[in-house]
Design a protein around this ligand. Structure first.
Ligand code: HEC
Ligand code: HEC
Ligand code: HEC
Ligand code: HEC
Ligand code: HEC
Ligand code: HEC
Length: 403
């Protein structure tokens, strides 16, 4: 899959990784070459069963991305492995759902932890922010920029053979269905503002067979670990994939359905027989886990970190999009002497130019002029840190005039 350059190699859906019978293996073997966005993307653009389902920021549009949607793979034509460097087939980069065993990839590997080079009066503060704010909070302020991603997937609604899917059109993208009889009900999002959470690189996970707290409104299958008081945690952007999935009502474990029919005689596959009970019994048996015969639908969330789709530097979030305190009459001169040679207001009031998203979402105006891009209170601050102080210190320092 990784070294195929013909685009014809594929796996048979029911053969646990073995190639499809129709593949001309000799032709493929004769034409192996370097991996590419296309060969890695054959799997990764389709995580979750189709283009842009699971990840917020890995989709087929990355074959030929608009530089505004991904400056590395668009403007600079990066391959996946320029960032995900490999040694003896160990591909660096940790995922949001599986523990990293092959090394991490960080923006700072190439850009350093102080990536703002000092040509602008904002660079000092931008570099200071890097110890609290993940790069992509500022550099990827919306996800699924160029093609919609699935944000809601309700399995409990599957099986209604009379329901006609409505086609949903977001911006200028091709219309997508809100229903599939085999899979249930969906919602799609495009150029979505991420959810933000403190993240220190560790993830809490529910593993198959774990029993969960069924009283909770939402079962978080994965969630980022981190606290404001943890110096290694940064404010990090996520897509939260929400949906409804089935749990064993007695054992409180996530149920695994048998979906794809093994052959024409299969009597338990959901996608053939539309009988959840049989499908759970078969799936759980295959997974060697107990099944009580009773199930309950619960809302589930998984967190997917926004790692790709970095926009050009000129589109990064600017000061006033987070700090409402800099959007008023007083700006940098809350703390710095105003010597009249520098236009503080011009520096502080500049907002990100999101107008290129005009054909992608309806409320670009609102996004453009938002001054509470991240909700300071939800992240544990009393309010704007310029007024109320940062997590470890408070400015202006004592001697400076307040207000
Ligand atoms: C045959 C399918 C397939 C191909 C081709 C493929 N991957 Fe993966 N990759 C996977 C699966 C499956 C996972 C585990 C994902 C999960 O559990 O969410 C994964 C995980 C990863 C991870 C996360 C780290 C980890 O260990 O979980 C990275 C990074 C990654 N792949 C990069 C690449 C790159 C770069 C290429 C191209 C050289 C590539 N992959 C090609 C299927 C593939
Ligand atoms: C500009 C650098 C860059 C490029 C190019 C890039 N990635 Fe990544 N990718 C990252 C970073 C950074 C992470 C976070 C890894 C970590 O924390 O260790 C990541 C994470 C991932 C993950 C894990 C996702 C998750 O959260 O579960 C996968 C899978 C992945 N990349 C696949 C790809 C594929 C496939 C391509 C090519 C189409 C690609 N990447 C191109 C930088 C890049
Ligand atoms: C493998 C090295 C590598 C990794 C990893 C990498 N970058 Fe880059 N990045 C580059 C290079 C090279 C350029 C082009 C030269 C430049 O502008 O510095 C670039 C350009 C950029 C730019 C555009 C600058 C402009 O002029 O518009 C931004 C912003 C950026 N990177 C941010 C990031 C972020 C955020 C991450 C992590 C998600 C990241 N980079 C990961 C190598 C990398
Ligand atoms: C608080 C928001 C913020 C954070 C956090 C942030 N950046 Fe930036 N970055 C910006 C802005 C705004 C610019 C445009 C600078 C300007 O106009 O002077 C920029 C510019 C850049 C550039 C272009 C070079 C330059 O000096 O202008 C690169 C490369 C870059 N950032 C990479 C990163 C990386 C890598 C990280 C994480 C280690 C990061 N940034 C964290 C807001 C941020
Ligand atoms: C993504 C949102 C975001 C953006 C964009 C942003 N900031 Fe901040 N800023 C924060 C957060 C969060 C803190 C608190 C950091 C901490 O806890 O130490 C902060 C803290 C500060 C502080 C220090 C307050 C203190 O007590 O330590 C100053 C000064 C500041 N920002 C100025 C700026 C300037 C100037 C810009 C534009 C170049 C900017 N910020 C852009 C989120 C942002
Ligand atoms: C809440 C107070 C506060 C605000 C508001 C603030 N700064 Fe600062 N700034 C500081 C402090 C304190 C330092 C030096 C120490 C540090 O970074 O913690 C500093 C350092 C700087 C430096 C580096 C100076 C040097 O000698 O290296 C520059 C440049 C700068 N600020 C520009 C700005 C600009 C431009 C704005 C408005 C967009 C701004 N600051 C808003 C408090 C502030």
């Amino acid at each position: 899959m990784c070294h195929d350059t013909t685009g014809t190699y594929k796996k048979a859906p029911t053969k646990a990784g073995w190639p499809d019978k129709g593949v001309d293996l000799k032709d493929v073997a004769e034409k192996v070459g370097h991996s590419s966005r296309r060969s890695c993307g054959r799997c990764h653009f389709n995580g979750g069963g189709g283009d842009a389902i699971k990840h917020a920021d890995l989709a087929g549009n990355l074959l030929k991305p608009d530089p505004n949607c991904d400056i590395h793979m668009g403007g600079l034509d990066f391959s996946c492995t320029q960032c995900h460097t490999t040694m003896r087939h160990r591909i660096a980069g940790s995922s949001s759902s599986v523990a990293a065993v092959e090394g991490v990839v960080r923006c700072a590997d190439c850009h350093s932890d102080r990536p703002h080079l000092g040509n602008s009066l904002l660079d000092h503060h931008l570099n200071m922010h890097c110890s609290t704010i993940d790069c992509n909070t500022c550099h990827s302020p919306v996800y699924a920029k160029c093609s919609p991603t699935k944000i809601w997937w309700d399995w409990s609604k599957a099986g209604d053979k009379n329901r006609k899917p409505k086609m949903i059109k977001l911006g200028n993208s091709k219309a997508l269905p809100d229903y599939h009889v085999k899979k249930g009900e969906f919602k799609w999002g495009r150029a979505v503002k991420p959810d933000y959470a403190w993240f220190n690189g560790k993830t809490k996970r529910i593993i198959l067979g774990d029993s969960v707290d069924m009283r909770a409104d939402v079962i978080q299958l994965t969630s980022p670990v981190g606290l404001r008081a943890d110096p290694s945690a940064r404010i990090t952007p996520f897509k939260i994939m929400k949906g409804m999935q089935a749990f064993d009502a007695r054992h409180h474990t996530l149920l695994i359905p048998h979906l794809f029919p093994r052959d024409s005689k299969d009597t338990t596959a959901y996608w053939k027989n539309y009988d959840w009970d049989k499908s759970f019994a078969d799936g759980m048996q295959a997974a060697k886990l107990p099944y009580s015969g009773e199930w309950q639908w619960k809302e589930t969330w998984t967190y997917w970190r926004v790692e790709h789709e970095v926009m050009p530097a000129s589109m990064a979030l600017s000061c006033v999009q987070c700090h409402s305190s800099l959007g008023e009459e007083k700006t940098c001169n809350r703390c710095h002497q105003d010597n009249r040679h520098i236009n503080f207001k011009e520096l502080a009031h500049k907002t990100t130019d999101f107008t290129f998203l005009k054909d992608k979402r309806d409320d670009v105006e609102q996004l453009q002029h938002s001054s509470d891009y991240i909700d300071f209170k939800a992240l544990g601050y009393k309010g704007d840190p310029i007024i109320y102080g940062g997590r470890f210190k408070k400015l202006p320092l004592g001697a400076l005039p307040q207000g």
